[in-house]
Design a protein around this ligand. Sequence first.
Ligand code: HEC
Length: 153
Amino acid sequence: MNTSHMARPSYNPIVTKALVLALAITASIEICAGTASQPALTVKQIMNVLVTPTTSKIWGATDLKTDTEWLQVEHAALGVMAAGNLLSSGGAGPGETELAAQADWQTFNNRMIAAARQILEAVAAKDEEALFAVGNNALYPPCESCHQKYQKR
Ligand code: HEC
């Protein structure tokens, strides 16, 4: 028997189809993701993924005892700032990049970011009263203002 004879690489249509499909998926993911400088999330997604969970953490923070508990509030405030960072470019939804050009949009967003910075100060001072006051008087109003003007019902 001639064992030195190697089998020719065979054309396998299933493997080829799978490869073509994989390449197509990769290409379409790249198209959807766009470039990093374009908004990746809609305003609604930013609200639900970043703003709501982080502000719930901040508004729900009472009787903080451990460093870890304070650290979680700090991280939540940083998350609000990250959301503000994204919102400053509008969003990925239809017509949402145009929002970034509007002065009111930027004003409300900047107020939210400024409030998050004040939250960080309250956390640094481990001052729960300040945390409560900033949460109500600085963090909440820009949500209301922005929604009144821009949230469609
Ligand atoms: C710069 C403007 C702006 C600011 C500031 C803002 N929002 Fe929003 N928010 C919007 C807009 C616009 C929508 C409507 C999005 C949509 O329906 O497509 C929205 C929608 C929401 C929704 C509803 C999401 C849904 O699934 O329909 C929640 C909850 C929300 N915002 C929470 C907040 C909270 C809490 C704050 C303040 C900490 C805040 N937002 C600050 C613009 C803003």
